[in-house]
Design a protein around this ligand. Structure first.
Ligand code: SF4
Length: 248
């Protein structure tokens, strides 16, 4: 994920995962076979439930530059459409992230998504968008300017939670974390329930994402054309063949 000479900007949201990510990257920078530098930034979209100055103090105490950016466009969105969804919010954040990271001279952006986020995203996409996909662990920004990495993709949140508690990190919660009745919350409840009997459910799902058997799925692009009546590899995907199953 990280290459020699990279300047890695950590998207520092103030949650337990971003604290863990920053600390892990600082440890890695000391022992990795490649040389890279780390900086951190926080985008304020009007959803923090506490003052965020302690975040900056904590980051700087680790010898890392911290940049704070108040995104006025997100604040206007919050005023005008308080019930806006995650799609819109993330779009605004993405634009702000690229603007800030460009000013930091970084070429790589590290996000704190954990293995739990991958698993939830995988289920959400399968159930609500009709796609088998989760989050890209490594990819390029849409304009190709930045590499986007998610180094915690195999880390469970019980680890980030434990680390944040032990380290005394000044967590700043996001207002969205208090919402009830969300799909994310329901999936978490489902996992908590199932994991009482099957404690390694999320690890198994993470393994499954790295162990595809496309011949046992329904995407004709990955089936043997000789067996499916000659469908070419560029044949329509299942979502085009079975649109009735797809939610908008
Ligand atoms: S959970 Fe809240 S902060 Fe996160 S993307 Fe959705 S609306 Fe934005």
């Amino acid at each position: 994920m990280i290459r020699d000479g990279d300047r890695v900007a950590v998207a520092f949201s103030g949650g337990k995962d971003s604290f863990t990510l920053l600390e892990a990257l600082l440890l890695l920078a000391r022992r990795a076979p490649v040389r890279f530098t780390v900086c951190a930034f926080t985008i304020e979209q009007g959803k923090f439930l506490r003052p965020i100055e302690p975040l900056g103090e904590w980051v700087r105490s680790r010898g890392v530059d911290w940049t704070y950016y108040r995104d006025n466009a997100s604040h206007r969105l919050l005023d005008e459409q308080p019930e806006h969804g995650c799609d819109l919010c993330s779009r605004y954040r993405r634009r702000a992230v690229y603007e800030v990271v460009r000013s930091l001279g970084a070429n790589t952006i590290a996000f704190g998504h954990t293995g739990d986020d991958f698993v939830e995203s995988f289920l959400r996409n399968a159930m609500f968008t009709g796609r088998l996909s989760a989050l890209p662990p490594v990819t390029l920004s849409s304009n190709g300017d930045f590499r986007l990495i998610r180094p915690l993709c195999f880390v469970k949140e019980e680890i980030t939670r434990a680390w944040a508690e032990q380290s005394g990190a000044p967590i700043v919660p996001c207002g969205c974390s208090q919402k009830t009745g969300t799909v994310r919350g329901k999936l978490r409840d489902l996992f908590a329930d199932l994991e009482r009997e099957h404690p390694h459910l999320r690890e198994t799902m993470l393994s499954a994402m790295g162990n595809l058997q496309p011949g046992r799925l329904l995407d004709p692009r990955f089936l043997d054309p000789a067996l499916t009546g000659g469908a070419p590899p560029e044949a329509k995907a299942a979502e085009e063949l079975f649109p009735i199953f797809m939610e908008p």
